[in-house]
Design a protein around this ligand. Structure first.
Ligand SMILES: O=C(O)CCC(=O)C(=O)O
Ligand SMILES: [Fe+2]
Length: 357
């Protein structure tokens, strides 16, 4: 068992023990790297059943733990900038989801409520100087090396996940990896998130329910608030308790498309942190890995393990790039007016995720 200090954060209010929590498996990076057969079995069931797991990074992942902690500090400094300054880095009018999104810029639920968090998205291609260089505030410009090395560390976790899934699916060696090259042009990004405490009498959704758009997400949380919806018709939202020394890993839409639903991209959302944590500002840090821009999101050939398509079904020819832009910007009223309130227009694989039929 883990010692007490690894089950809760030392500073700040505790995560309450009387709220429903999600049964995420706790996997070990060291064991997965060593290709421990039992751990790989647990990994594959986590990817097929819940699509979410904890990854214990202590030991081989000490570097990314330190980098993520340094980036939490950068995130605080970044969001402390005046709103007018941050708004200079909103590039949605250029059809880019990179840069700043202010609070309330997207539709969070079917009732038309708006989100309650700020984002700042930093592109991998920008940091690795293989894509457009976007203007950025000094706090980010001066930390490019840190952001880049965090991206490289997160990518190395992603590439282990891709390798293990490639093996599990018995795809020709390197199939998934070749669609997600660090040096390829793609939509991988870091996201800084800030959600301030919500008013006591009006605590609700900060980030609307969604599946992630890409392949593998590496998430660092300190406060509760993230919730997942387990599969099944009667499923109820459960909190994901943040664990020090661990990242939360989840799969996105691309993995569902590639495997015709064998792998699971779980629906999740962020609400006001539970219990005493509700009065604290919630920061989180994410690395999103996505297929390269030109990859078509459809069932992969060359695997006997991937279920066949329903007879007669012809899949759309959507590229990864178009899929992500539609999903990331589709719910922004400033861009799409009343269409942004029709969440079916920005939806991904949510219907499959529920596994109701
Ligand atoms: O802040 C979190 O814990 C989750 C954020 C998230 O789901 C996202 O940005 O896609
Ligand atoms: Fe997400």
């Amino acid at each position: 068992m883990d010692s007490a200090e690894t089950t809760t954060y030392k500073s700040g209010p505790p995560f309450p023990d009387d709220v429903p929590t999600a049964p995420l498996l706790r996997l070990s990076l060291a064991k997965l790297q060593a290709k421990d057969p039992e751990e790989i079995k647990r990994f594959t069931s986590a990817c097929e059943d819940l699509g979410f797991f904890y990854l214990d990074l202590r030991g081989p992942g000490d570097k990314i733990l330190q980098q993520s902690s340094d980036l939490f500090d950068v995130g605080k400094e970044l969001f402390d900038l005046p709103l007018e300054e941050k708004k200079k880095y909103n590039f949605e009018h250029l059809k880019s989801y990179l840069g700043y999104k202010h609070m309330g810029a997207s539709v969070a639920d079917k009732h038309g409520n708006l989100d309650r968090n700020e984002f700042y998205n930093v592109g991998k291609d920008d940091m690795f100087e293989i894509g457009e260089k976007w203007p950025a505030p000094g706090v980010l410009e001066s930390r490019r090396d840190l952001i880049k090395s965090f991206m490289a560390s997160a990518y190395s976790i992603v590439s282990l996940v891709l390798e293990l899934l490639n093996d599990h699916l018995a795809l020709p060696p390197g199939t998934l990896q070749s669609m997600h090259r660090l040096e390829g042009h793609g939509g991988d990004q870091v996201r800084f998130i800030k959600a301030p405490p919500q008013p006591q009498d009006d605590r609700t959704i900060a980030l609307g329910e969604h599946t992630d758009f890409g392949s593998v997400t590496v998430l660092f949380n300190r406060l509760g608030g993230l919730q997942v919806l387990p599969p099944g018709a009667d499923a109820e939202w459960c909190y994901v308790k943040p664990l020090p020394g661990h990242a939360i890993i989840n799969l996105g839409d691309a993995m569902v498309k590639f495997t015709n639903g064998l792998l699971r991209s779980n629906i999740h959302r962020v609400v006001s942190p539970p219990g005493e944590q509700a009065d604290s500002t919630r920061y989180s840090l994410v690395y999103f890995n996505r297929p390269e821009d030109d990859v078509i999101l459809r069932r992969l050939q060359n695997s006997d393990r991937i279920p066949p398509l329903t007879t007669g079904l012809v899949e759309d020819e959507v590229t990864s790039k178009d899929w992500i832009i539609r999903r990331a910007l589709g719910s922004r009223p400033a861009l799409h007016g009343k269409d942004a309130f029709d969440l079916s227009k920005s939806r991904g694989t949510e219907a499959i995720s529920q596994r109701v039929n």
